[in-house]
Design a protein around this ligand. Structure first.
Ligand code: ADP
Ligand code: MG
Length: 326
């Protein structure tokens, strides 16, 4: 079991006039053996944060630590950190059999013979509920859901302690999404993995996640235990995401004001001043006279003083604890 910590992480793409800050000062912890669901609309920087953890995006600032060790110091091959991507076509070589793809990801062991590798591949296929006979097939002969299971098996072959799953059901038919989500939950529990589970869809992450983190325009604007965030969302953007989820139960009961639809979509090349959400915010200056603080002051600065570290000036303050600690 391992803890993954994003400590004040910023990622910039491009340079000078075309520079874009895709992630800005993100703090996030994936506790050992737990699932953190990361949600936010497309372009909010979720994949960039994930890619930074596996060395695929450059850090402009901050550190990413696995049990206290900078991930940049981890061995390149067979990192204890593995990622599963949205598109299994992109992560599987179409000319390689399923078995060869998985075997390639097994840690190198000099004493491991072919029979041994075959047994290990069969075990991994079984772990993702695929028949070991599939080992001889090519990715093109499998369904989308089966291919994604193979991608998961390949990630597990590296014996990771932490798995980052980035929109892994987004490209799948709705009919198979649930099965892949259940598989991830089973595998996570059985292997006691720490997992960062990313989706633009809150409905997808909430059943799987112990904690939820919400991202908007490169910043984590709210994070906390799943039930607490769902029952008592502090950031207007979180409330907006929740309002988009069909309510099967009345787990939360909030008067949700929709985001202002007159507003321009977020443009990471020209982030708004103050609170990045203010041009769309139903609790902000466009809807409430006198809330100019949203235009002038970054709410992230005092986030630690609010429940769920909410980056909103108008989130409630944290209730003081009786012992005086915070
Ligand atoms: N390689 C890249 N070069 C330049 N800009 C990028 C690159 N990858 C992503 N971006 C930009 O960074 C921002 C965040 O993107 P991304 O991390 O993919 O968000 P998400 O996964 O939440 O949709 C977007 O504005 C996107 O256009
Ligand atoms: Mg993405």
């Amino acid at each position: 079991m391992s803890e993954l910590v994003f400590d004040d992480v910023s990622v910039r793409y491009g340079s000078r006039r075309h520079a874009l800050t895709a992630v800005a000062g993100a703090h996030l912890t994936v506790p050992s053996g737990q699932v953190v669901g990361l949600v936010g609309e497309s372009g909010s920087g979720k994949s960039t944060l994930a890619r930074a953890a596996v060395g695929l995006a450059p850090l402009a600032r901050g550190r990413i630590l696995l049990d206290g060790t900078d991930v940049r110091a981890l061995p390149r091959r067979h990192r204890p950190l593995q990622m599963v991507f949205q598109d299994p076509y992109a992560s599987l070589d179409p000319r390689m059999t399923v078995g060869a793809s998985i075997a390639e990801a097994l840690p190198r062991a000099r004493d491991r013979g072919r029979a041994d590798r075959r047994t290990e591949v069969a075990r991994l296929l079984d772990q993702v509920n695929l028949d070991p006979d599939r080992a001889s097939m090519l990715p093109g002969q499998l369904s989308g859901g089966q291919r994604q299971r193979v991608a998961v098996a390949r990630a597990l072959a590296g014996r990771p302690q932490v798995v980052i799953a980035d929109e892994i059901t987004s490209a799948l038919d709705v009919s198979v999404q649930g099965a892949v989500l259940n598989l991830m939950r089973d595998v996570q529990r059985r292997l006691r993995l720490s997992m960062l589970f990313i989706s633009h869809n809150l409905a997808v992450v909430r059943h799987l996640s112990d904690h939820i983190a919400v991202m908007y325009l490169g910043a984590i604007v709210e994070a906390g235990p799943t039930e607490q965030v769902l029952a008592d969302p502090q950031h207007p953007y979180t409330r907006d995401l929740l309002a988009a989820v069909p309510r099967r139960t009345s787990a939360w009961d909030i008067a949700t004001e929709p985001a202002l639809d007159t507003a321009e979509p977020a443009d990471p090349h020209h982030p708004p001043t103050g609170c990045a959400y203010h041009p769309r915010c139903p609790a902000g200056p466009l809807a409430h006279a006198g809330r100019d603080v949203c235009r002038t002051t970054d709410p992230a600065v005092a986030a630690a003083t609010r429940p769920h570290r909410a980056a909103c000036h108008f989130a409630l303050p944290k209730e003081p604890r009786e012992d005086g600690s915070s």
